[in-house]
Design a protein around this ligand. Structure first.
Ligand SMILES: [Zn+2]
Length: 260
């Protein structure tokens, strides 16, 4: 294939934009798979589970406390009834003896229940403090995640803007390159990230393999408008060392001055 060398060189600009687009894609993927982001989500979910479990434990404990309170109430009522019966003077000596024994037993039961009540209240206080602390951590984790989410959204928006700019630049560039050259470039680019690279000395700018002096003979003797391909990686090899055709853009004119 033959193409004006300056058109060939425009492929390098196209390549630069495509490399930028590839890097933007990589940045986008990296943001999507950010392990720190996943870790923040997991931490929030673990803390929320812990808070839910503690709430459940606290509700169970409240039921236990209520049960003990009801029992204390029953014991107190029973003891009051026993005392009233004893004070009534209607009870027989044997009954009085029985009532006295029951009152002692009720007093022991009440003592045990009061100890239980105390223990339950202490556990409730500790659990309540733990729940409060966990809720504080949930709020904190939620804020961290929201910040990370906002930061990620901002970064993705910046990437989208940059990608849209690069896409328009690419379009504008491609319009100024002959179609068949762009088609060749696109065919190669579909297979490999670098489709066009500069020949620097004897080295291919894509695969970095240095050509032997023998390999350089056909390259050096090729007509300047011949489209060369690297035998190693298949990319279009662009000769940038000598301009041999008329520049058609300002950038190329500046470039040409270097050789005048
Ligand atoms: Zn190569």
């Amino acid at each position: 294939m033959k193409a004006d060398l300056f058109d060939q060189r425009r492929l390098l600009e196209l390549q630069a934009v495509d490399t930028q687009l590839t890097q933007l894609d990589q940045r986008r993927r990296k943001l999507d798979d950010d392990p720190a982001f996943a870790a923040a989500g997991q931490r929030l979910s673990a803390l929320a589970d812990k808070a839910a479990n503690l709430s459940g434990d606290l509700a169970d404990l409240d039921r236990d406390i209520e049960r003990v309170e009801r029992e204390v109430e029953l014991v107190t009522k029973r003891a009051d009834a026993d005392r009233t019966r004893m004070a009534s003077g209607a009870a027989t000596a044997k009954e009085l003896e029985g009532l006295q024994s029951e009152l002692e037993s009720l007093a022991r039961r009440q003592g045990t229940l009061e100890d239980d009540q105390l223990q339950l209240m202490e556990r409730r206080e500790a659990l309540d403090a733990e729940l409060e602390e966990t809720r504080r951590q949930v709020d904190q984790a939620r804020a961290v995640l929201a910040d990370a989410e906002a930061e990620r959204t901002r970064s993705l928006e910046a990437i989208d803007t940059e990608a849209a700019d690069a896409a328009s630049t690419r379009e504008a560039l491609a319009i100024n390159i002959p179609d068949r050259l762009v088609e060749l470039y696109d065919r190669i680019h579909a297979k490999q990230p670098i489709a066009a690279a500069e020949l620097v000395g004897r080295r291919c700018g894509s695969c970095r393999i240095e050509k032997s002096p023998a390999d350089m003979i056909p390259i050096k003797s090729a007509p300047i408008d011949e489209v060369l391909r690297c035998e190693e990686c298949g990319c279009v090899l662009i000769r940038t060392e000598l301009p041999q055709s008329k520049p058609t853009t300002l950038a190329s004119e500046d470039e040409l001055k270097k050789y005048q």
